[in-house]
Design a protein around this ligand. Structure first.
Ligand SMILES: [Fe+2]
Ligand SMILES: [Fe+2]
Length: 208
């Protein structure tokens, strides 16, 4: 495809990620559970946590999109397409919980998206070994982060908990996929820098 065509396709994907409702094939985890009566402060807390997770999934969309622009082997691209699709489902599920909890998405999502797209493209440009290592480390960190949110959610909010539990299972599978395709372990300073930048995102998205 011509570069300009490719650019338009990717730009369109970005706009849809940020502004159109995400699609899902798998139904919302925990849809069979009743909405628990939450106090105003618990509802606010759960809404803010789900906003952070939604922004995380916006970043995941951009990361997978960025690496797909530069990843080399078609077999790897194909394996990661399934993971990228599951990230879209996560985005949909988080959107649903944000709406049901009466909260709002982060106003800074375009910023998180653009930054993650650039990081994903950079990781992809370093070659499949580092690209996959980066994806695996990202997924590990997301999984640990979700574990923290599972503990922080109000005890009665089983519906949000069901969503995060399924997401965590998926993220661990994504990490395994990336490692199985040859992802290399990242140097400790890189892992620390990734942790720091995700901390900035999660703390800010919690507020706005
Ligand atoms: Fe995800
Ligand atoms: Fe993932």
């Amino acid at each position: 495809m011509l570069n300009l065509d490719r650019f338009i396709v990717e730009f369109d994907k970005g706009l849809r990620t940020l502004f159109a409702p995400a699609q899902t094939v798998r139904p919302l985890p925990g849809r069979e559970l009743a909405e628990a009566p939450l106090s105003a402060s618990d509802k606010k807390l759960a809404g803010a946590l789900m906003r952070v997770n939604h922004s995380g999934e916006i970043c995941a969309q951009a990361l997978y999109q960025g690496q797909a622009l530069t990843a080399r082997k078609p077999a790897i691209q194909q394996a990661l397409q399934q993971a990228a699709w599951e990230e879209t489902e996560h985005l949909n599920w988080c959107e649903q919980r944000i709406r049901d909890l009466g909260s709002h998405k982060s106003f800074l999502n375009p910023l998180w998206y653009t930054g993650s797209l650039a990081i994903g493209a950079l990781a992809g440009a370093l070659g499949d070994k580092w690209n996959l290592g980066f994806l695996a480390e990202t997924e590990h960190q997301v999984s640990r982060h979700l574990e923290g949110h599972l503990a922080r959610l109000p005890a009665q909010d089983e519906k949000s908990r069901a969503v995060l539990a399924q997401m965590k299972e998926d993220e661990e599978k994504h990490a395994t996929t990336a490692l199985q395709h040859g992802g290399a372990p990242l140097p400790a300073p890189v892992r620390a820098a990734m942790q720091l930048s995700s901390k900035v995102m999660t703390k800010t998205a919690y507020l706005v």
